[in-house]
Design a protein around this ligand. Structure first.
Ligand code: MIC
Ligand code: SF4
Length: 635
């Protein structure tokens, strides 16, 4: 039996275990990426390992998230990251050079290689046939130290693309269609592998939009074959030498097949507050909008911005709309400046932002009170735009641009014209904002501003824990709920004592104070607890507040691993009725916890209710040792 593309790449990188879905494997990592918001912590962890230089083929440190410098904190972090890169042999992508995923695709990604990134949208690299996976900073630090990355061998789902998209329907609509059919939790421990004759009709930026937003399915990653389209893209980037042809064997065996007929797709929109809350634009057309944001690692490529400019050209945005645009990289920015695209955007009334994440993660351009914001980004979680009452709708660049002119959500097919965007044969190659590390052995000083606080002490798991259920939340709680981002909180990513004050702030602002006062306790969650970002602060900050056990119906992949990495035990209800029974304020008691970990089932007593719950841990032996010792660094 032949192999899927994912298995082909994993088989050449397998360091531990067997490729049997559901079992734990260790994978050799060729490349890593970090961004500033997760990077400072990742490098503090790397430093703690005492390794003189990164051991990967390539490790890149990007600055793209915390670029809104309203205080000294972010600038201090950038300087720390630049110094660290020089000291440990990393490539440094300076602020202004662009969003990590876009830049990595353009300048560094290589088909067939493995990439581990401390950002959940690292699978963007799957657009050029990489196995690109998002993880917590500590896992990335371990990969930089030359250790294999451990994960559950996923199931592999083939997504068969048939036919060709009709005008004004684009790649974003393909991934929204998948999110419409599946949900934000259906991709957990699965990989989506694209195939079929529709693949060759999609450019690399379009493929990358799809693999990028595969993260919203909860998937381990998504991957496209590496074909002649990939070759042309790499050649245009002056990197044709990095090309290798890669595809699944014809007789490859998949765990499931999904078919999407591209020619019958229509423009789609994800309604608040979940990327899988998808309907046709037609179904809610006419919705009055206040804001449009075009950008983020999902839709900020040259192709997207040229398309937007062709739609906006000679027109003015509606008086009720504020349109902001952030090009994905300096390369894109330079090229739109040169080819006249920028002029068309500015002339129409667009507010041009720097090449960074920006509004996608609440860094500026917060919508007005009760505002309706149309965005080309990938997440519309409640509160993420920077205000709790904003309603964020996710759409394609085409839908965003047409709606910006009309002032209401509009199906872009009204334009009734065929706009063909031809990508250039040669992209502008100017890597002057990329700093290569000095040769090994060069002395490099690391400057640390006052916001950069040391890591906490990691203590072994206590054998007995008694405490209160400090909070009980529902299904699909995101890491944005647990550890908010945005302009107010993001600057404290390297200051754990301070950022811990914001845990669950948008759900229950009293949480952090209560946790601290009671010296810890339990968190109870529903299904897919911790979905969304890779931010390990969503585990580290609760650890800092004294949490050692989280009980949920199920966990999202990256967050579960982050909990384990910091010595927090993730437990699953064996009987979901117990989730209904348990209440905030109940006192729970776990005794003989250490020896109980040898069993699959762990008993925890609800002292308040006089009942005992059966809980599963599903940890591998390696993970059990890790949690017992107080996390991965101790282990
Ligand atoms: C996100 O899109 O939520 C982020 C901000 O990029 C995060 C990383 C972080 O929280 O720093 C992610 O996707 O992992
Ligand atoms: Fe940045 Fe938004 Fe992409 Fe996260 S999803 S990497 S915040 S652009």
């Amino acid at each position: 039996m032949g192999l899927t593309l994912f298995k082909k790449i994993i088989s050449t990188h397998l360091a531990e275990g067997e490729m049997i879905s559901g079992s734990e494997i260790g994978v050799r990592i060729d490349q890593t990426l970090t961004q500033d918001a997760t990077g400072t912590m990742a490098y503090l962890e790397f430093e703690a390992m005492g390794i003189p230089r990164v051991k990967t083929e390539l490790s890149v440190s990007y600055v793209d998230h915390n670029t809104l410098q309203t205080g000294f904190e972010n600038a201090d972090d950038h300087r720390f990251l630049q110094d660290i890169a020089a000291k440990y042999g990393l490539v440094f992508s300076r602020p202004g050079n662009g969003i990590c995923h876009q830049v990595h695709l353009e300048r560094f990604g290589v088909p067939g290689k493995t990439l581990l990134g401390s950002d959940s949208h690292t699978p963007t690299g799957g657009g050029i046939g990489m196995v690109a996976i998002g993880a917590g900073g500590l896992d990335v630090a371990l990969a930089m130290a030359g250790k294999p990355f451990h994960m559950i061998m996923p199931e592999i789902i083939k997504v068969n693309l048939i036919g060709r998209l009709i005008p004004m329907v684009s790649a974003k609509d393909i991934i929204l269609e998948l999110l419409r059919r599946l949900s934000v939790k259906d991709g957990v421990n699965r990989v989506f592998e694209y195939a079929g004759d529709g693949v060759k009709t999609l450019s690399i930026p379009e493929r990358a939009t799809i693999t990028n937003m595969g993260a919203e399915l909860g998937a381990t990653t998504s991957i496209f074959p590496s074909d002649e389209v990939t070759y042309e893209f790499l050649k245009a980037q002056g990197r044709e030498r990095d090309f290798v042809e890669l595809q699944a064997d014809d007789d490859a065996l998949y765990d499931g097949v999904i078919e999407i007929n591209l020619s019958s797709l229509e423009p789609l929109v994800a309604k608040p507050h979940s990327p899988d809350n998808v309907v046709r634009v037609k179904d809610i057309e006419g919705l009055k909008i206040d804001q449009v944001f075009i950008g983020s690692c999902t839709n900020s490529s040259l192709r997207d911005l040229m398309m937007v400019a062709e739609i906006l050209k000679g027109k003015t945005i509606a008086p009720n709309v504020s349109l902001s645009i952030a090009p994905g990289s300096k390369q894109v920015y330079e090229m739109i400046a040169e080819n006249g695209t920028l002029k068309k955007l500015v002339a129409s009334g667009a507010r041009m932002l720097e090449s960074a994440c920006g509004p996608c993660v609440g860094m500026g351009q917060v919508p007005p009170s009760g505002g309706i914001s149309l965005r080309t980004s990938n997440r519309n979680f409640e509160g993420r735009s920077g205000t709790k009452d904003a309603q964020v709708y996710l759409v394609s660049a085409e839908t965003a641009a047409v709606s910006a002119i009309k002032g209401v959500l509009t199906d872009p097919r009204v334009l009734n014209e065929r706009i063909e965007i031809r990508l250039p044969q040669k992209f502008n190659i100017n890597d002057n904002m990329i700093i290569l590390p000095p040769p090994e052995g060069t002395q490099a000083e690391v400057r640390r501003g006052p916001n950069i606080k040391p890591l906490p002490e990691f203590k072994p798991l206590p054998d007995e824990i008694e405490g209160e259920v400090l909070i009980k939340v529902g299904d699909n709680i995101t890491t944005d709920h647990i550890m908010p981002a945005g302009a107010k909180v993001l600057p404290y990513r390297s200051n754990l004592p301070k950022i811990s004050e914001f845990v669950f702030e948008r759900v229950d602002p009293t949480f952090a104070g209560r946790a601290q006062q009671k010296g810890g306790g339990f968190i109870v969650g529903g299904a897919n607890y911790g979905q969304g970002s890779s931010r390990e602060h969503a585990a580290l900050a609760p650890y800092y507040l004294g949490i050692r056990v989280v009980i949920a119906k199920s966990f999202a992949r990256i967050h579960r691993q982050n909990l384990i990495n910091f010595g927090i035990l993730p437990l699953i209800f064996d009987d979901e009725k117990d989730y209904e029974d348990i209440e905030q304020g109940d006192i729970l008691r776990a005794v003989n916890l250490i020896s109980q970990l040898d069993n699959e089932i762990i008993s925890i007593e609800n002292v308040s209710k006089g009942r005992t719950y059966k809980l599963r841990h599903d940890l591998s032996d390696r993970q059990i040792q890790m949690v017992k010792k107080g996390g991965a660094l101790k282990y």
